[in-house]
Design a protein around this ligand. Structure first.
Ligand code: NAG
Length: 334
């Protein structure tokens, strides 16, 4: 009698365990920007079923710190893709248990943590996959820079100095190319470190080198180093921490510099805000002073009133430095 009870209790416990959601070890996948990448996930044996079976659902979501984004949902033969993943993802389905996700044309924004959830009746399995970049793209970010005087005011030498002032280097051709594959579109020509002048176009249009050429880098070739253009800088990933300084009042540029110092930090430069935005997905819908006297704000989740159409570091301008209209972004070494 005792044994029977015991077995009954054990099997009850087993049923409870099997029914609760099970998590498996995290897989990590590395990709170059612009590649097609496969994130692995399998229907497990105990799911005992296959695609097309009624009742088996596969749900891919992307997890960003506190946000969850739907990627793909598969129910039987029905499949749906969502948001920025629409028509860009599909299930690999190499065999009847393969629920791996293929993402075409990987962009910076695709980087992060994914969950593959297989729901079969009461059973719910979650497999976690991290998508990371490999190669030089993982280490920094390319950004275009125009000085306070306005566009096309930098000769090659001042371009080098300008990037340096932003904690960055003049970008190489390879870095700009990778940034273009990652979705960078910029219609002003800028210096690269090989002395050529180019700009990246992902959405071809008439004023930006025409529509006939298709997407790509528009290349003006090697230019006289005295001629004037913008510049593409490459900022390394930040070791420290970029943050919005919480303070009661709007500040002038000079007060902003001091406020960061008072907080044991320094005012962030443009390279740091781009790196924090791209690599750490820093998002803040408040215009803040930066070290070069510009005012910008980083948006990774486009929304109403906050860069609604694209993820970007928005540029407000180079306001009069006495103007007390903005907050400040600070940088602290960790
Ligand atoms: C990625 O896949 C798409 C079709 O799904 C294909 O057109 C494209 O050439 C592939 N890209 C690469 C880099 O293999």
């Amino acid at each position: 009698m005792k044994t029977v009870q015991c077995i009954a209790i054990i099997s009850l416990i087993l049923v409870v365990i099997a029914d609760s959601s099970t998590s498996l070890p995290t897989a990590k996948v590395f990709a170059h920007l612009g590649e097609n990448v496969t994130l692995p996930c399998r229907l497990l044996h105990k799911d005992s079923g296959a695609f097309g079976d009624v009742g088996i659902r596969v749900k891919w979501t992307k997890k960003d710190s506190d946000e969850e984004e739907d990627v793909l949902l598969s129910m039987g033969f029905h499949k749906k893709t969502y948001g920025s993943f629409e028509d860009r993802v599909h299930l690999l389905q190499q065999d009847s248990e393969d629920a791996s996700l293929v993402i075409d044309d990987v962009t910076f924004d695709d980087v992060g943590k994914y969950h593959c959830e297989v729901i079969n009746g009461m059973k719910d399995t979650v497999q976690e996959v991290i998508l990371a970049l490999k190669g030089s793209e993982a280490l920094g970010v390319v950004f275009p820079y125009s000085p306070p005087l306005g566009r096309y005011n930098l000769n090659f030498k001042s371009a080098v100095m300008t990037c340096k002032d932003q904690g960055a280097l003049v970008a190489s051709y390879e870095q700009l190319y990778n940034a273009w594959r990652g979705g960078l579109d910029w219609c002003n020509a800028g210096w690269l470190n090989d002395g050529t002048v180019q700009y990246p176009i992902t959405k071809p249009r008439e004023p930006c080198g025409g529509v006939k050429n298709g997407p790509g880098l528009r290349n003006y070739g090697r230019r006289d180093k005295k001629s004037l253009f913008d510049v593409f800088c490459f900022a390394p990933a930040v070791n420290g921490h970029v943050y919005w300084l919480e303070q009661p009042e709007r500040l002038s540029f000079y007060e902003a510099v001091q406020a960061c110092l008072d907080d044991g930090a320094e005012i962030a430069n443009v390279g740091q805000i781009f790196a924090a935005w791209k690599i750490d997905r820093f998002d803040r819908c408040d215009a803040g002073w930066l070290a070069d006297g510009s005012v910008r704000y980083p948006i990774t989740r486009p929304r109403r009133n906050c860069s609604p159409t694209e993820a970007a570091v928005r540029f407000v301008g180079f306001p009069e430095k006495m103007q007390k209209s903005f907050g400040v972004y600070c940088y602290k070494n960790q």
